[in-house]
Write a new protein. Structure first.
Length: 94
């Protein structure tokens, strides 16, 4: 599985992709997700997230170049980023 589109899917609150190391793109805009888990050491490139997201953990994502929220990341209470070279945490939460 390389691309998952759950945009506007309001029935999911959390989703776990830790067993999907080939995931490249996640589109979850306008969904009601509060938490999402990604595999460490994957080829993830783009993630589009809802404003409802409360936790975000990304580990060893050297190919990730896009993290985008619907309008803001104002509900995030926990952010863990480790070895995500292209991600500027300040820009993510400002």
């Amino acid at each position: 599985m390389q691309k998952v589109n759950i945009a506007r899917c309001t029935g999911l609150k959390t989703i776990n992709f830790t067993s999907c190391p080939r995931l490249q793109i996640l589109d979850a805009e306008k969904s009601k997700l509060t938490g999402v888990s990604f595999p460490a050491n994957s080829i993830l490139q783009e993630i589009y997230l809802p404003d409802t997201l409360e936790t975000l953990t990304l580990t060893n994502q050297p190919y990730l170049h896009t993290i985008q929220f619907d309008t803001s990341a104002s509900r995030l209470t926990k952010i863990e980023l480790e070895n995500v070279p292209s991600c500027n945490t300040y820009n993510l939460v400002k």
